[in-house]
Ligand binder design. Structure first.
Ligand code: SF4
Length: 737
C-alpha cells in the first residue's frame, strides 16, 4: 500500500476504534426516529416539495430578499450587516462585542464555526462560552464538532463524565447523564447571566418581518438571545426566506429529519430587538419595567463564497440545505467513522462536500470526498430533496482535475479510452475503465484470471494501484453472455410473445456473472417475454466512471448506451437491467448527462429485472414455470440504489408470491459500494459498514439473496457462505447457486 493510502487507512482505523461505536449508536437512533416521525406525516413528499420550492425561489431572488430583510430589520430598530468573508464578519462582530464588554455566550452555530469566530474573539480578549451542551463539552475537551446538529455525537456519556471529572474541581465525581446535564446547566446559567453579548445562529430569517427562527433541543439559544442586552445573530445569506408563513414546512420537517423528534423542544421566533426590558439578575424580585431601553440587535449575514455557489450549477443546490444532518445519519460510512473522517474544515456528512468546496475550497473537500460511495441513501432522507450524490460526483470530477501529471501517467495515457486528464489516481482510472478491463479479461480468460490472482500480481495491484489483497477478484468468463445468447437465440417467438425486451448485458453480467444473465433470460422467457441480448448493447452504462467522478467519460458512455439502445426502443422493446446501479444511472444520473428527451425515453423504458418480473405477474403472466419456494426461508438484502428507486419491495413481493419466506435486511448499504470496498485504504471501513448484516444473517443458515453484484460479493465475504441474485433462485432450469 502506498504511504498516502496507509495514512488514510490508519486514520480510519483509529476512528473506527475510538469513535465508531458511539457514532453508529447515535446516528442509527436518529435514523430510527426519522423513519417513525416521517411515517406519521400525511404527505411527506409533498411537504418536501413545498420546502424545496421555497428554497429554490429564495435563492433565485436572494439579492432582492436581502434588501427587503434590511428594510425590515432597520424598521424594527436593529442593524443588518452583510459580510463578504470570514475576516469581514469577524471584524464586525468583534467591534460590536468589544464596544460592549468582554464576555459572550453563544448558542450552536455552524456558520460561526466556519468563521472561526471564537478564535477571533478570544484573540481580542473576549471570553466566549458555548451554551449548547455538545458544543460546551467540545469547548472543554478542545475538540472539533463531528456532526452538524450533534457536535459531540462521537462522545459517550462515560467519556463526558471522565472529561468533566478531570477538568473540574468536583466534590463528588459525576456519573449519570442527568448529573452531567445538571452540572453543565448550572455552570452555563451563571455565564449567561453575566454575559455582555449573546450570539446565536439562525435556522431561518424571514425577509418580510426580520424574524429570526431558532430551533433547538435545549433552550440555550433563546436564553443567549434574550438575557444579555445585545443580541448578535450570525447566519449565511442562504438562510433568508421570503415570509413568516414560509417557515411552516421547514418547522414541520426539521426536527423529524434531524433527531427524529415529532416536535423539537424549542421553536423560537424572535423579531429583535426585543421590546421587553433586559433582565436584572441583581434584583430578581423587582418587577420588570416596560422600558426596553438598552436592547440592541445585529444581524450578520455571511457570504463567504455563497454568492459564487449560487452561480455554480453543481454547487447551487447546496444552498438549499437546512443543516438537519439527516444525510450524515443515513450514510453507512458516516455511521462507522463519523465527521472527524467524513468532513472538512467545518462541515460534515454527505452535503459537506458542497459546503467545503464552496466556503473553504476544493482541497478541503478532496480530503474526504471519496467517502461518499454514491449509495444515494441520503437522497430520500433530505427534507429539501438535494441531489447530494451528484454534488459529490461533480466535486470528485473537479478533484480529479486538481493535480498535475503523475510520474507514471505516460504508461496509461492513450491506453485507457477515457476522457480524463493526466494525474488521475491510478485506482480511479482502473475502476473507471472496468469495461475495457473486462473485455480484455474475458478475451484472455482463464489466463487473465490466473495472472491477476497470482501473488506477485496481487502484491503489485495493492502496492501500485491500491486494490486490497483481502478481496477476491472478479473472475472473467471466456464465454460472455452475448456469446452464449448468439449461439442459443431466443426461445419465445415474436408471434407468441407477451412483450419483447432487451436484457441489457452490463459489463459485469456480460463478462463475470454470466450465469446470472442466463437466469434472467430464462426467467423472462418463462413469463412469455421474447428476450434479445444484442452484442451492440454490450456497452458501459457510465456507472463505473461516474463512481470515480469521471463525468466526461460517463457522459460519453451514456451517449453510446443511448445510441445502442435507441433502435431497440424503436422496435417497442423494453430494457431490462440486472444491476441496480446501472438502472440508477439510467433513471437518475442520465438526467444530468443526456438531453431531456433521451433521458425521459430511456428512464421510462428501463426496468430492474425483478421489477419487470413483478410487473409481468401483476399483469397476468403465468408464473408456474418459475421456481417455487415451497416455504423455504431466505434472507434478502436489497441494493442501496434499488431502495432509493423504491424497487426493493418488488423483489420481496415476487419471492413471497412464489412461496419463499423472506427476511429482509435492516441494513441499508452493505458497505461494498462497487469499487469502494476493493480499495485498500477503505477495506476495513467497508467491512465495518457491512457488520450489521453479518450480525443479522450470520448464523441463521438460510439461503442469502442480494440484488447487486457488490452486495453479493460483500455478503459472501461477511458470511462465508454463498449468496446469489434473486433471479437465479426463481429462474427455471438453472442451478440457484
Ligand atoms: S443536505 Fe439535506 S439532509 Fe443533508 S443536512 Fe442539508 S438539508 Fe439535511
Amino acid at each position: 500500500m502506498s504511504e498516502a493510502r496507509r495514512e488514510k487507512a490508519e486514520k480510519l482505523h483509529h476512528l473506527l476504534e475510538t469513535e465508531g461505536d458511539t457514532v453508529a449508536e447515535n446516528t442509527r437512533l436518529f435514523n430510527r426516529g426519522r423513519y417513525e416521525a416521517t411515517a406519521d406525516l400525511a404527505d411527506y413528499e409533498a411537504l418536501k416539495d413545498e420546502a424545496r420550492a421555497i428554497k429554490e425561489d429564495a435563492i433565485e431572488r436572494l439579492p432582492e430578499l436581502i434588501e427587503e430583510l434590511r428594510d425590515s430589520v432597520e424598521a424594527n430598530g436593529g442593524n443588518l450587516y452583510v459580510a463578504d468573508d470570514a475576516a469581514d464578519a469577524n471584524r464586525y462582530v468583534r467591534e460590536v462585542v468589544t464596544d460592549r464588554g468582554d464576555s459572550v455566550v453563544k448558542s450552536k452555530s455552524m456558520t460561526t464555526e466556519e468563521l472561526e469566530l471564537n478564535e477571533a474573539l478570544e484573540e481580542a480578549g473576549v471570553d466566549v462560552t458555548e451554551t449548547d451542551l455538545g458544543e460546551w463539552v467540545l469547548q472543554v475537551a478542545d475538540e472539533a464538532p463531528s456532526h452538524l446538529i450533534g457536535p459531540a455525537l462521537h462522545k459517550s456519556s462515560e467519556g463526558i463524565a471522565d472529561l468533566f471529572n478531570e477538568q473540574f474541581d468536583l466534590e463528588e465525581p459525576l456519573e449519570t447523564p442527568r448529573e452531567l446535564t445538571k452540572f453543565a446547566r448550572d455552570q452555563l446559567l451563571v455565564d449567561i447571566e453575566e454575559a455582555d453579548v449573546g450570539i446565536t445562529g439562525a435556522n431561518f430569517v424571514t425577509a418580510d418581518s426580520g424574524t429570526v427562527a431558532l430551533v433547538t433541543s435545549e433552550g440555550n439559544a433563546r436564553k443567549s438571545a434574550l438575557v444579555p442586552d445585545t443580541h448578535v445573530a450570525i447566519t449565511g445569506i442562504e438562510k433568508v426566506i421570503p415570509a413568516v408563513e414560509d417557515l411552516e414546512p421547514f418547522l414541520e420537517l426539521i426536527g423529524k429529519s434531524a433527531t427524529g423528534q415529532d416536535v423539537p423542544s424549542y421553536y423560537s421566533l424572535l423579531t429583535p430587538p426585543l421590546t421587553s426590558p433586559p433582565v436584572d439578575f441583581e434584583r430578581p424580585n423587582e418587577a420588570v419595567t416596560d422600558d426596553p431601553e438598552g436592547r440592541e440587535f445585529h444581524l450578520v449575514l455571511v457570504d463567504n463564497g455563497r454568492s459564487a455557489m449560487r452561480e455554480d450549477p453543481d454547487l447551487k443546490e447546496t444552498l438549499y440545505c437546512i443543516r438537519c444532518g439527516a444525510c450524515a445519519n443515513s450514510c453507512g460510512n458516516f455511521q462507522s467513522v463519523g465527521g472527524h473522517a467524513f468532513g472538512g474544515e467545518t462541515y460534515t456528512g454527505g452535503i459537506a462536500t458542497g459546503w467545503e468546496t464552496g466556503v473553504e475550497g476544493l482541497e478541503s473537500a478532496a480530503e474526504f470526498n471519496d467517502l461518499c460511495t454514491g449509495c444515494t441513501r441520503c437522497v430520500p432522507a433530505c427534507p429539501v430533496k438535494i441531489d447530494i450524490p451528484w454534488i459529490n460526483t461533480a466535486v470528485r470530477d473537479r478533484v480529479n482535475h486538481m493535480d498535475g501529471e503523475g510520474e507514471f501517467d505516460f504508461l496509461v495515457e492513450g491506453l485507457t479510452p477515457d476522457d480524463e486528464p493526466a494525474g488521475l489516481d491510478r485506482a480511479k482510472r482502473l475502476f473507471g475503465n472496468f469495461e475495457t478491463l473486462a473485455k480484455w479479461g474475458s478475451a484472455t480468460a482463464p489466463l487473465s484470471n490466473w495472472i491477476a490472482g497470482s501473488a506477485p500480481a496481487r502484491w503489485a495491484m495493492e502496492r501500485w494501484i491500491g486494490v486490497s489483497s483481502e478481496r477476491d477478484l472478479p473472475e472473467f468468463q471466456r464465454e460472455t453472455l452475448v456469446d452464449w445468447f448468439e449461439t442459443r437465440g431466443s426461445r419465445v417467438d415474436a408471434a407468441d410473445a407477451e412483450r419483447e425486451a432487451v436484457l441489457y448485458p452490463d459489463v459485469y453480467t456480460n463478462h463475470v456473472a454470466v450465469e446470472r444473465g442466463k437466469a434472467a433470460v430464462r426467467a423472462l422467457e418463462a413469463l412469455g417475454v421474447r428476450v434479445v441480448v444484442p452484442r451492440s448493447a454490450a456497452v458501459g452504462s457510465g456507472r463505473a466512471p461516474l463512481s470515480q467522478g469521471m463525468v466526461e467519460t460517463a457522459r460519453g458512455q451514456a451517449e453510446r448506451f443511448r445510441d445502442a439502445l435507441s433502435s431497440e426502443l424503436d422496435r417497442g422493446r423494453d430494457v431490462v437491467v440486472v444491476e441496480p446501479s446501472d438502472l440508477a444511472a439510467i433513471r437518475r444520473e442520465y438526467e444530468k448527462l443526456l438531453p431531456a428527451d433521451d433521458y425521459e425515453r430511456l428512464s421510462e423504458s428501463s426496468f430492474e429485472v425483478m421489477e419487470y418480473v413483478f410487473g409481468m405477474l401483476e399483469n397476468g403472466a403465468d408464473g408456474n414455470e418459475l421456481r417455487a419456494g415451497d416455504q423455504e426461508p431466505v434472507d434478502y438484502h436489497a441494493h442501496c440504489q434499488q431502495r432509493t428507486l423504491g424497487l426493493a419491495a418488488h423483489t420481496v413481493a415476487v419471492l413471497e408470491r412464489l412461496g419463499y419466506e423472506v427476511t429482509t435486511s435492516d441494513t441499508e448499504c452493505c458497505g461494498m459500494a462497487g469499487s469502494f470496498g476493493y480499495k485498500s485504504e477503505y477495506y476495513e471501513l467497508s467491512m465495518d459498514v457491512g457488520e450489521p448484516l453479518r450480525e443479522q444473517f450470520g448464523d441463521d443458515g438460510r439461503r442469502v439473496l442480494a440484488s447487486g453484484t457488490s452486495c453479493v460479493d460483500q455478503l459472501e465475504a461477511l458470511l462465508s457462505r454463498p449468496a446469489t441474485h434473486p433471479v437465479e433462485l426463481i429462474a427455471p432450469d438453472t442451478s440457484p447457486r
